[in-house]
Design a protein around this ligand. Structure first.
Ligand SMILES: Nc1nc2c(ncn2[C@@H]2O[C@H](COP(=O)(O)OP(=O)(O)OP(=O)(O)O)[C@@H](O)[C@H]2O)c(=O)[nH]1
Ligand SMILES: [Mg+2]
Length: 366
């Protein structure tokens, strides 16, 4: 089930710097384009204030945060879909990820090379999105004639796929991403099987200067990116990758002091990690008390037995039921006993769809 968020953007915009800040993985960062060639993969811990509160009410020996995966990918340049720069190889790397974190340079610094020699966020976004669109168009065109032919024989699957291809092609030709289209459930399955780059959800990250951290929206680059993202129905976050990478080296107390001095409430990284987690459709459930209180990641929409299987395959195989209550109820009533007395403890069966914040004890028998 491991889903990954891929960091994408022009060369030398700070992708690896951001990756290191969130994963502490120590990937190469350098002031020249194509410092990254092979993707760097790292795990990030999901910050979750609910864990401390659960531990306060249901004490455990230790607390374990949940993690998910980030991938730092090589930079894209104009013509990548035709093999320029690292070309198709790197597009393949993007194909492997489940959501895109698109880093856009929004800081001025004459010492840091910009591949087109000027800082222009909208032009940069356009360059990347155009290459992804062209690559998708090529994949669609490759299938189009073949599927059309089979569809003429009234083959059901081919007809369904051809209808989807017909819907997608003109949108890509107009330079728009596939994610701008709406699909019904059946169509969605077909779209998924096409592995298109522009069907992945995107989060735009404006990489800003340290000076802009306290009030990012006063920066005109940030305003431009924000407006673009809004029009596309995507989200945007402003983060100072270089500063965050430096903060990440500090211990928790120093981190807090630093952020306060900068006039920032929550670190940009924490916001970014949470936003990427959501973009991937991930959510958290908890197990609590005894040896450890632990946050676990599941994919939204998963039912109880499947989620039990995340802890151990035996839990899924021998699933009986899930004893559960919500974090909100625990927080409000103040103890498990009070939650039970209020009738808020539920015993859920095989069809129960796990909710974010559920605190669960699985009953199983193998
Ligand atoms: N001034 C300034 N420099 C930054 C910032 N973020 C990154 N840099 C610098 O920009 C250069 C490139 O950073 P990287 O993180 O290697 O960029 P990248 O996007 O991974 O580059 P490629 O792997 O070559 O595509 C490094 O010298 C960083 O120190 C920032 O917010 N401000
Ligand atoms: Mg890099």
């Amino acid at each position: 089930m491991s889903l990954t968020a891929g960091i994408v953007g022009l060369p030398n915009v700070g992708k690896s710097t951001l990756f290191n800040a969130i994963t502490n993985a120590g990937a190469e960062m350098a002031n020249y384009p194509f410092a990254t060639i092979d993707p760097n993969v790292g795990m990030v811990e999901v910050p979750d204030q609910r864990l401390a509160r659960i531990d306060e009410l249901i004490p455990a020996k230790k607390i374990i945060r949940t993690t998910f995966e980030f991938t730092d990918i090589a930079g894209i340049v104009k013509g990548a879909s035709k093999g320029e720069g690292l070309g198709n190889k790197f597009l393949e790397n993007i194909r492997q990820v489940d959501a895109i974190v698109h880093v856009v340079r929004a800081f001025d610094d004459d010492n840091i090379t910009h591949v087109s020699n000027k800082v222009d966020p909208l032009d940069d976004i356009d360059t990347i999105n155009l290459e992804l669109t062209l690559a998708d168009l090529e994949s669609i065109n490759k299938r189009y004639a073949r599927v059309e032919k089979v569809a003429r024989t009234k083959d059901k699957e081919a007809v369904a796929e051809f209808n989807v291809l017909k819907k997608i092609k003109p949108v890509l030709e107009a330079g728009k991403p596939v994610r701008s289209l709406e699909f019904e459930e059946e169509e969605q399955k077909i779209v998924k099987g096409l592995f298109l780059l522009t069907s992945k959800p995107v989060l735009y990250v404006a990489n800003i200067a340290e000076e802009d951290m306290a009030d990012p929206s006063s920066n005109s680059y940030v305003q431009q990116i924000q407006k673009f993202a809004e029009e596309e129905g995507s989200q945007m976050l402003a983060v100072s990758a270089k500063t965050e990478e430096e903060i990440a080296q500090l211990d928790d107390a120093d981190k807090k002091d630093f952020l306060e001095a900068e006039g920032v409430e929550e670190s940009g990284l924490d916001r970014l990690i949470k936003a990427a987690y959501k973009l991937l459709g991930l959510a958290t459930f908890f197990t609590a008390g005894g040896k450890e209180t632990r946050a676990w990641t599941f994919k939204q929409g998963m039912k109880a037995p499947q989620v039990a299987g995340i802890i151990h395959s035996d839990f899924e195989r021998g699933f009986i039921r899930a004893e559960t209550f919500s974090f909100e109820d625990l927080d409000q009533y103040g103890s498990v006993t009070a939650v039970r007395e209020a009738g808020r403890l539920r015993s859920e069966g095989k069809e129960y769809v796990i909710q974010d914040g559920d605190i669960i004890e699985f009953r199983f028998n193998v």
